[in-house]
Design a protein around this ligand. Sequence first.
Ligand SMILES: [Zn+2]
Length: 413
Amino acid sequence: MNTLAQDYVRLVLAMGQHDADYVDAYYGPPEWKPTGEKRPLRDIDGDAKALLMRLAAISPAAGDELVTLRHRYLTQQLSALRTRIAMLSGTRLTFDQESKALYDAVAPTRTRQDFERVLSELERKLPGRGPLVDRYNAFRDRYTIPKDKVDAAFRAAIEGCRAKTLAHVKLPADESFTLEYVTGKSWSGYNWYQGNYRSLIQVNTDLPILVDRAVDLACHEGYPGHHVYNVLLEQHLVRERGWPEYSVYALFSPQSLIAEGTANYGVDVAFPADERLRFEREVIFPAAGLDPAGAEAYYEVKALVDRLSYAGNEAARQYLDGKIDAKGAADLLVSWGLYSRPRAEQRVRFTDQYRSYVINYNLGQDLVAAYVERLAGPVDHTRRWQVFTGLLSSPRLPSGLSAPQPAVHDALR
Ligand SMILES: [Zn+2]
């Protein structure tokens, strides 16, 4: 399968010449990178189709679950690559068709009514005059990290997330990251994995940074999120097994649902609610120059607002399916999801660039949570870390999260 895997890597890299966002990371042999004229999309597609037929002709050795997952991974990643080619060539898909073909999942449809109960609970928690969204955003503004404290708050958060992770996950001694602040992006944070167990983590400072972003981004981009996921794939699959396909990361592919889902769920794994509150009070609020007495109220409200996360999918679905325009999408985010206007507009720009990718965050988080909690049970914290780490070290894709298969973490230990 290594020959097929090398061919897969070359096809992903060839796609990068057509689509600047496609290759999110690559740290394999530099000579595999394409040079000169870009290959026509229909040639790449023809090769992908042939590669899929070669894959279908071999059956992976029974008994090694990782090999079975690898075979399925290559098949699904290639199929998503062909979908992306079709999209770049003008094929129009509905939001749900696109997310199924690219990310191996479809987000449930929600209506305004599904959010009513949470919204009315928030009405009670944040009494006063004017629309709820204004009251909520005025409440949030009080928890903005002053500009000159942002770096201290982030460094404290990363240190905390890293310590929590290292207590449960064995990482290579030379893993590290660089932290940078940037502007003019449609995202709020990004992890660029560089190989050799190193990441570049960028934080976007276009909009004011709220206190919860410190731990959320530190866990999501760093520990135990994207940085750890990439480090474990490099260590266990690329280096130990010699599987080259994990040295490239195709952004518009099923792997992204696992990446974003584990990065979001990783916040809860590292900091269950009570531990999070303690850490915020004792470390983050002081580092951010905020009064720790306000932490509890903030996280009570945040827990409710987190339950509005599917509003983001609905705005994207209706917008990309042509039912509403960009302003309508921003309005929906404001009224269903309580986004401030600038945040809603940033989110619509994100949707323009990444399209149905938006499902990977909240649906990915829910699918990963269900998988981990099914195998680990709801209370055993150590077991939860084990199952979670097993997922981070494996080529499992979204549809493999629900299938009743033996757990990879047992094979890895
Ligand atoms: Zn992410």
